[in-house]
Design a protein around this ligand. Structure first.
Ligand code: SDX
Length: 431
């Protein structure tokens, strides 16, 4: 925050209050209201936090009007093309691109933590086979705080570092085992000779009965999907992790809270909902019917994978994902994928409709991702778990930034109370 003294003046019932204005390195100025209640006796009101900055951060910047997404200043399209997921993890966690030696050390530390405590297998077995993999991930990640006691003291920088590496390393194993459990196949253990994305694919798709070679096309596509979902400023699940962590709760419990929030169809669950919507549409001739429903105020239906709280232009991740969908399906020899054809025609018709353009509703990260994941062989129930595997680095990086801030306070919003005012209890005989 720049130290220039600028203020906003707020007049309430004849009294004027001066509120400091801070200028960021990028994005809108902020008005500091921390002393507002103490000086003016009023709260601000912003359900859904549409105009509220909940923290200051140096990790990710989004320009919703330009459709720009920067991780520590580097644009997402460059990272998706030139970097790879574990390097992006390093960048998000430590703030700079690693040297070759730093990257090698980081990758070997992550590789060394990919296995789960063997006792955790029993957590998976406690679920029904038809449990949604997100339900399993919430449970198993939360349970990690019962296993890794040597990395739960958030006041210890070394324990914070170990917990960070463990979360990044173990999420693919947990997600893959949740998938294996749901299809009744044995768990496949991670392999230290495979890169992050290849390891995940092998744990998901290999079986003991035969050798499994990771398809490099799928591995590159998987790594790119991980990169595109890594972090996204103060979205709902990241804000959940920050709020849970502000009480001093251990990192595993806080990440489990983030997974729970991500599961919702308005957030990370949209990729599953979007593919199911595209499959329900089925053929391009049914698109007008669904667009009409999305525009109908009396119909709760929304176009899944469309719209965004921040992007009022194309989500830059959707652009990369769309290119990747074309590439992957072509390389896999999947011509004329009906779901991709419906998606492209839907995007075309929606963006030609004033309802969507005037409300600045564009495809978001979830619009094309499911098409690639389905082509890779994943069921729709695995789409959000894959989002969670990737977003773990974002949650952990934002958690680490907050926890290491000496100014950190517990998050405790107030409210606009509209309930009953003081009244006396009425005995049941008199009611
Ligand atoms: C993610 O925050 C992040 O950064 C999230 C994320 C990340 O990386 O962490 O980017 C990941 O969650 C992407 C979003 C995935 N969700 C979906 O695709 C679900 C469909 N989209 C929406 O439900 C909606 O667009 C949201 C939830 C994404 C954003 O909702 P907002 O910002 O609260 O906007 P809103 O609901 O107030 O909508 C504004 C208007 C409304 O119409 P009016 O009441 O003004 O007449 O636009 C309409 C809405 O009805 N609208 C849609 C629509 N999205 C908004 N109409 C039809 N279809 C849609 N998809």
């Amino acid at each position: 925050m720049s130290d220039e003294k600028r203020t906003a003046k707020l007049e309430i019932e004849g009294k004027t209050y001066e509120l400091p204005i801070f200028s960021p390195t990028a994005g809108p100025d902020v008005v500091d209201i921390r002393k507002l209640y103490g000086t003016a006796g009023v709260f601000t009101y912003d359900p859904g936090f549409t105009s509220t900055a909940s923290c200051d951060s140096t990790i990710t910047f989004i320009d919703g009007d330009k459709g720009e997404l920067l991780h520590r200043g580097y644009p997402i399209d460059q990272l998706a093309e030139k970097s790879h997921f574990l390097e992006v993890c390093y960048l998000l966690l430590y703030g700079e691109l690693p040297s070759p030696a730093e990257l090698e050390d980081f990758e070997s530390r992550v590789t060394g933590h990919t296995m789960l405590h063997e006792q955790m297998v029993y957590f998976f077995r406690g679920f029904r086979r038809d449990a949604h993999p997100m339900a399993i991930m919430v449970g198993v990640v939360g349970a990690m705080s019962a296993f890794y006691h040597d990395s739960t003291d958030i006041r210890d920088p070394w324990q914070r570092e170990v917990a960070s590496i463990r979360m990044i390393a173990k999420m693919p194993t947990i997600a893959a085992w949740a998938y294996k459990y749901s299809i009744g196949q044995p768990f496949e253990y991670p392999r230290n000779d495979l890169d992050y994305a290849s390891n995940f694919l092998r744990m998901c798709f290999s079986v003991p009965a035969e050798d499994y070679e990771v398809n490099p096309i799928l591995s590159r596509a998987m790594d790119r999907i991980f990169t595109l979902h890594a972090d996204h400023e103060q979205n709902a699940s990241t804000s959940t992790v920050r709020l849970a962590s502000s009480s001093g709760a251990n990192p595993f419990a806080c990440i489990a809270a983030g997974i729970a929030c991500l599961w919702g169809p308005a957030h990370g669950g949209a990729n599953q909902a979007c593919l199911e919507m595209l499959q329900e549409i089925g053929t391009p001739d049914r698109i007008p019917e669904f667009i009409a429903r999305a525009k109908d105020k009396d119909d709760p239906f929304r176009l899944m994978g469309f719209g965004h709280r921040v992007y009022k232009n194309f989500d830059p991740r959707a652009k990369v994902m769309k290119q990747s969908a074309d590439e992957v399906l072509e390389l896999l020899g999947i011509d004329n994928n009906p779901t991709l054809q419906v998606a492209k025609e839907l995007e075309k018709q929606a963006l030609a409709d004033p309802y969507f353009t005037e409300k600045k509703l564009f495809p978001n990260v979830d619009f094309y991702s499911g098409i690639i994941l389905e082509a890779m062989g994943f069921p729709t129930s695995m789409f959000t778990p894959i989002f969670a595997v990737s977003r773990t680095i974002g949650w952990i990086s934002q958690w680490k930034e907050m926890i290491s801030d000496p100014q950190m306070k517990i998050g405790r919003p107030r409210q606009l109370y509209q309930g009953a005012t003081l009244r006396d209890y009425v005995d049941i005989e008199k009611r």
